[in-house]
Design a protein around this ligand. Structure first.
Ligand code: ADP
Ligand code: MG
Length: 263
């Protein structure tokens, strides 16, 4: 790789929301693939023991020798566990169910919140973007992701209770800024599973914009069946159905993010 043409500094973005099913993994996989298609070098890090991001980019978990778990416990350097995905410019640091042991095993470990930051340090500058897919919790793995990130992107599902729990999430972000990672920023709030025809989706948008103003991405991710189907084929939407509304929306998000970073 010719580093002379690098456009800006490496950005590590943590995709977090302690609610399950709001589109964290869908956003991680498809934003990562969209950025990669725009000639950015991207590393996707699967911080969820459920490993949906790992399967979502077509990695066969059974065939993996080393995963994020081995990297976090100091058994393997990150570079040895990173694998190339079928998508050009997109690599993944995969996970598997053993990662669920991390939270328990690290209880008494000093500096346990900064382990991910430490293990990613030697590799993060090899990438334009490092995308961290978080589990649906505010426990040690998510705290590690927030402590390792430059910014946090919060997907909000366009449904009635969308903003509930957001206070707790923002409280955690504040706590992490105070203690572990002072420069941590909010990259933005992303409305997912958006349905323009419903008052509810529009109401959630209005509430989010009232609370967070410019932090809400202009791009909204529509509810799109093709986005729901793609993971079962182990493909980002960009390869599964590039013409779909879901694919176009993640491309638009990638462009909006790059534009923000440049501006
Ligand atoms: P999380 O990682 O926050 O738990 P996921 O990204 O796994 O959420 O999404 C939850 C479910 O909703 C998955 O089955 C996923 O395929 C589906 N999904 C996510 N985003 C969309 C969307 N925009 N349109 C349709 N289905 C979606
Ligand atoms: Mg997920």
């Amino acid at each position: 790789m010719f580093y002379g043409i690098r456009r800006f500094m490496s950005q590590t973005i943590c995709i977090a929301n302690q609610k399950g099913g709001v589109g964290k993994t869908t956003t991680s996989v498809n934003l990562a693939a969209a950025l990669a298609s725009l000639a950015r070098k991207v590393l996707l890090v699967d911080c969820d023991p459920q490993a949906n991001a790992t399967t979502g980019v077509g990695v066969d978990k059974a065939g993996l020798e080393k995963t994020l778990y081995h990297v976090l416990i100091g058994d393997t350097p990150a570079a040895r566990a990173v694998i190339q995905t079928p998508v050009k410019n997109l690599s993944i640091l995969p996970s598997r169910v053993e990662l669920s042991g991390f939270e328990v095993e690290m209880v008494d470990e000093p500096g346990k919140e900064k382990l991910l930051a430490a293990v990613l340090a030697p590799v993060r500058n090899d990438y334009d973007y490092v995308i961290l897919d978080c589990p649906p919790s505010l426990t040690l793995l998510t705290i590690n992701a927030m402590a390792a990130a430059d910014s946090i992107l919060i997907p909000l599902q366009s449904e009635f209770y969308a903003l509930e729990g957001l206070g707790q999430l923002l409280q955690t972000v504040r706590r992490i800024k105070q203690s572990l990672n002072p420069p941590l920023k909010i990259a933005g709030i992303l409305l997912t599973m958006f349905d323009q025809r419903t008052n509810l989706s529009n109401q959630v948008t209005e509430d989010a914009e009232n609370h967070f103003a410019d932090l809400v991405f202009k791009t909204r991710i529509p509810r799109n069946v093709r986005l729901g189907e793609a993971p079962s084929f182990g493909l980002p939407i960009l390869l599964y159905d590039p013409a779909s509304a879901g694919s176009k929306s993640y491309m638009a998000l990638a462009r909006e993010l790059i534009k923000r970073d440049q501006g």
